[in-house]
Design a protein around this ligand. Structure first.
Ligand code: NAD
Ligand code: MG
Length: 380
């Protein structure tokens, strides 16, 4: 009898929305993959259950509670430890925010595939991450549904054929709100995403459209495209996950019901496709009509600020990302209003957008300056 070796997957952020989705996907792919490492921030109870079900060889927790967990690695360095292990072939980085940076760099330096959900990493330090990828021989495969769609449309074709990409955006819960009404938008309103069920931070980013600016910068670094060849269109049904236009005018798109299971699976198997019996059947009639509209940029200042920060380069994308993270955290804690998020980002970019961004330390300093500024000016 011959046995085929399965590939080891580390899931960083296994207790979150993407992390739990990934475990559901892996459950159906046991003949191809096994879980070799799991890490979480503080949800020890769920992590315990995952450890019992998947028996990884490494478990890490950033903040352990009172309950002792012998054998678990504790503290922020557990992410890098998990990402660097020899029994790990693929690192699914599903951590939220800039905290995922060092683990992405470590995985790439060890020549591993990074299935990247943690887009903040690429926004904060795109040049550094792509350089680490080239130097270490690793690869970055996006988990974000829009970038997965672009990759699926581009795979097998030379990059020179691509004229532009058009990223779709649901438009979020405030898509149709008049600009004046946004003054009274509450946290509860912002957390009511019309098509996706996700973690709280990205759900707020989808309401401000900061998420789409993060995704434009992410596409710039993933596909090496200049900003003028990356566009965004609002598509409220979230069925078309993005378009790629080729030099001959032909446009390809990838479609599917709004679920992160396919993008997670594809990030593990790219460029191959494998059967998955858990997918909801695609029914174009049920999903119709599919509509498209422009972004109302006057209502969502975080979008234009983020794209401008991407074009500016240097530390500006790191400042944009850090100011957004700090402002969203204040908003989630009820300390600022919805529209203060855009104002906080604008203020931080004015103050620190011109800082250098040519090393990890420079980017970390710009990130810290932006966070400090937002907490100081906007926090209670
Ligand atoms: P989430 O809040 O549900 O989960 C985040 C996970 O990261 C948790 O397991 C948490 O324990 C861990 N974590 C949080 N802070 C940490 C820290 N400082 N150090 C170590 N671990 C930490 O978030 P999510 O919705 O799963 O999103 C994760 C990432 O995926 C984000 O970058 C998000 O933008 C991206 N993403 C998510 C979706 C989605 O559908 N949820 C879609 C596309 C991209
Ligand atoms: Mg996305």
């Amino acid at each position: 009898m011959t046995t085929r070796a399965t590939r080891g997957v580390a899931i960083l952020g296994s207790t979150g929305s993407i992390g739990t989705t990934a475990l559901r996907v892996l459950e159906r792919q046991r003949e191809r993959f096994h879980v070799s490492a799991l890490t979480a921030f503080s949800n020890a109870e769920l992590l315990e259950r995952q450890v019992a079900a998947y028996r990884p060889s490494f478990v890490g927790i950033v903040r352990n509670g009172a309950e002792p967990h012998p054998g678990w690695v504790q503290g922020p360095s557990c992410l890098v430890d998990a990402a660097s292990r020899p029994d790990v072939d693929i690192v699914l980085n599903a951590v939220v925010g800039a905290a995922g940076l060092d683990a992405t760099l470590a995985a790439l330096a060890h020549g591993k595939r990074v299935a990247l959900a943690n887009k903040e990493t690429l926004v904060m330090a795109g040049a550094l991450v792509t350089a680490a990828c080239a130097a270490g021989g690793g690869e970055i495969v996006p988990v974000d549904s829009e970038h997965s769609a672009i990759l699926q449309c581009m795979t097998g074709r030379p990059d020179v054929d691509v004229k532009r990409v058009i990223i779709t955006a649901s438009g979020g819960p405030f898509r149709e709100w008049p600009v004046e009404r946004l003054d009274s938008a509450t946290l509860e309103d912002a957390l009511k995403h019309p098509t996706w069920s996700m973690g709280r931070k990205i759900t707020v980013d989808s309401a401000t459209l900061a998420n789409k600016a993060l995704e434009v910068i992410e596409a710039h670094f993933l596909f090496g495209l200049p900003y003028e060849r990356i566009e965004v269109v609002v598509h409220p049904q979230s069925v078309v996950h993005s378009f790629v236009e080729f030099v001959d005018g032909s446009v390809l798109a990838q479609l599917g019901v709004p679920s992160m299971e396919l993008p997670v699976l594809y990030a593990l198997t790219h460029p191959e496709r494998v059967p998955d019996d858990g997918v909801e059947v695609f029914d174009p009639v049920k999903l119709s009509p599919l509509t498209f509209e422009p972004i109302r940029t006057e209502c969502f200042p975080a979008f234009a600020l983020g794209v401008q920060a991407g074009r500016q380069g240097g530390a500006a994308p790191a400042v944009f990302n850090a100011a957004n993270e700090a402002a969203v955290s204040l908003f989630l804690d009820g300390n600022i209003r919805f529209r203060d998020i855009g104002a906080a980002i604008a203020g931080a970019l004015d103050a620190f957008g011109g800082m250098p961004g040519n090393s990890r330390d420079a980017l970390v300093a710009a990130d810290a300056a932006a966070r400090h500024f937002v907490k100081d000016r906007f926090g209670c």
